[in-house]
Design a protein around this ligand. Structure first.
Ligand SMILES: *Cc1c(COP(=O)(O)O)cnc(C)c1O
Length: 599
């Protein structure tokens, strides 16, 4: 069986393997490698970030379908609404397609800062909901009032009583229309998953039950109970099970019902935040629920509470971001080097008389067959260890050492080759001492910051060579000078890659599900900037690459961190002749990723 990198687990049929390459399972089914080639022919080098707007649309449609089904199933009276949380991806090449795809659903935006609120005010379709979360000052609340005046359907969700006080202040001081107000509740039922800090009694956000009662009294005193429209919670990202959500929902549902019965006549919505999981694993499914089951549970739970308390069934809002965006973006980048490629037989410098262990390595190499492969390979690793010790003690010279390294690596390669033919399963089990290091033209800090920060795994696989089984246990090294810039080999979740000769062939790796959070969390460690990005759209079923945004020029990166670039150019110019400076200037106006042979 050919290695398929778990594509049946994580890819949701968005990508398929056919004829040895990864193809987009859509329209004319173009392969990823043909898109890469088309872009590189236009002379864009370094890592490439492909965005697939049809996959954003697919997720939006899926979300609305789930809830429409559930509402129908339970004859639910409330309506379904959704907003996209801008913090998950604010970049224009992602956001504009999202807004276009969402229009027919009245899909809105969620803002968590002033800058995000400005984006929402500018680009959200009038009438589609805007929700505002996060800590707010008077200026930000004022912005909310102005958005309302623009005609936006905006709800400011308060994180504390002070924010409500500020809303009441602005209401008195201006003649602007008052936006809707929501209350973020601090629920007793904490969330699950890696980001669970968003929920629970000691959560960073939200009002306790005492504060909720106080907030309602403040509204009553100001004759403004009519502005309260929403109860909100968000228990964390990537929920692995439904249970915590159900518990939180019951708690929030009862808070909603209690406030309704206290006289919150316009209270009409429960906002369940985000948290729908994305399958990142290449080895086994991690989310323990079906999406339809999830939506059904939400609707069913709220219906029961409304019935029990005799209140109307609330509208449902969701703010899932990861679920909508993760699958839409894929990073594709070339392997620059296999570290053992230098261990080539033609580099051997064997002598008339070699140290005995070297002679033994030669014999192991010549005599090995598929039955002895594993044993000889381990022997060779032991011999290499001993020879390196002998070198440290001064008993063998640099040529002997070089021969030892080359021979040991040749033996490993031969063993792998023999096992590949005879016993691929055994090969997959062999120990991780013999991994190959793949140098990859990207920065983990820039492109997979969540791997660096919280060890989030992302599906990774070669986009070609898939009609051959991979034979090398791989660790991936990025091009930063930081030892954390590595995805080490993990024997529990082994990544196997192909043994390729990069002098003769290209080898690209795809990193999938990078559309959520990575774009904006990415940092410019070593001054590597955002990769070149491309939107892949379809016209009459044919693929079209558009909105190509090249990775930043070195000079612009320097300007971004406040260098006086005029000064930089002057210093370089004054110290060089004209011809050399001209070359240098070309380099300065290029991006900082590497450009060896195929990169
Ligand atoms: C981050 C956040 C979201 C999005 O969460 P996902 O896990 O990406 O779905 C939704 N609502 C609020 C309030 C958030 O802070």
């Amino acid at each position: 069986m050919l290695e398929n990198y778990g594509i049946d687990i994580w890819a949701d049929d968005n990508f398929i393997i056919e004829e040895g390459v990864v193809k987009l399972n859509y329209a004319s089914k173009p392969s990823l490698i043909e898109m890469v080639k088309e872009i590189r022919e236009k002379d864009y080098k370094g890592p490439l970030l492909f965005r697939f707007p049809h996959l954003i649309e697919k997720q939006i449609e899926k979300l609305y379908t789930l809830y429409t089904n559930a509402i129908k199933e339970y004859d639910y009276k409330g309506k379904f609404n959704a907003v996209f949380p801008l913090k998950v991806n604010q970049l224009p090449n992602f956001l504009m397609p999202l807004i276009n795809s969402g229009e027919k659903y009245n899909y809105g935006l969620e803002a968590g800062s002033k800058a995000e609120l400005f984006l929402a005010m500018t680009y959200n379709k009038i009438g589609a909901p805007i929700t505002v979360n996060g800590f707010k000052d008077k200026e930000m609340i004022h912005l909310g009032f102005i958005a309302k005046k623009m005609g936006h359907n905006i709800t400011i969700i308060i994180e504390g009583l002070n924010e409500l006080e500020t809303i009441l202040e602005v209401e008195k001081e201006t003649s602007l229309p008052t936006p809707n107000v929501g209350i973020r509740t601090r629920l007793f039922n904490a969330g699950s998953g890696a980001w669970a800090k968003s929920g629970g009694i000691d959560a960073k956000f939200g009002l306790s039950s005492t504060e909720i009662l106080e907030a309602f009294e403040m509204l009553e005193e100001n004759n403004l109970t009519n502005i309260l429209t929403m109860i909100h919670f968000h228990i964390g990202s990537s929920m692995k099970t439904i249970k915590p959500l159900k518990n939180a929902l019951k708690e929030a549902g009862h808070i909603y019902a209690e406030l309704k019965n206290l006289g919150a006549t316009n209270l009409s919505a429960i906002n369940i935040g985000g948290g729908l999981a994305v399958e990142y694993s290449q080895f086994q499914r991690t989310a323990q629920y079906h999406l339809q089951e999830f939506a059904n549970d939400v609707v069913f739970t709220l219906k029961n509470i409304a019935k029990q308390k005799g209140v109307e069934e609330p509208n449902i809002f969701t703010e899932s971001g990861r679920f909508i965006s993760a699958s839409s973006t894929v990073l594709i980048t070339p392997v620059l080097e296999l570290f053992t490629a230098e261990y080539d037989a033609q580099h051997l410098r064997l002598k008339e008389k070699n140290p005995p262990l070297i002679e033994e390595l030669r014999e192991l190499y010549n005599d090995m067959n598929s039955k002895t492969a594993l044993e000889y390979m381990h022997d060779s690793i032991d011999h290499l260890d001993s020879l390196l010790k002998l070198f440290d003690l001064g008993y063998i010279d640099l040529e002997d050492r070089s021969n030892a390294e080359i021979l040991a690596n040749l033996i490993i390669k031969k063993a792998i080759w023999l096992l590949e033919v005879d016993d691929y399963e055994e090969l997959k089990r062999i120990d991780n001492k013999i991994q190959e290091k793949y140098l990859v033209n990207f920065s983990i800090f820039q492109s997979l910051p969540d791997f660096w920060g919280i060890k989030q795994e992302f599906p990774v696989m070669p986009i070609t060579h898939l009609n051959r089984n991979p034979t090398r246990s791989a660790s991936l090294w990025d091009i930063t000078c930081d030892s954390d810039g590595e995805i080490p080999f993990n024997p529990q979740k082994p990544l196997l890659l192909h043994d390729v000769n990069l002098k003769k062939e290209e080898y690209y790796l795809g990193f999938f599900h990078v559309g959520a959070y990575q774009d904006i969390l990415g940092m410019r460690h070593n001054l590597f900037s955002h990769p070149t990005e491309i939107n892949v759209v379809f016209e009459k079923g044919k693929v079209k690459l558009e909105k190509i945004l090249e990775s930043q020029k070195i000079i612009d990166i320097l300007e971004d961190i406040d260098y006086d670039t005029k000064e930089i150019k002057e210093v370089l110019k004054n110290n060089l002749d004209n011809r050399t400076y001209k070359v240098l200037k070309k380099y300065l106006h290029d991006n900082s990723y590497l450009k060896t042979t195929w990169s």
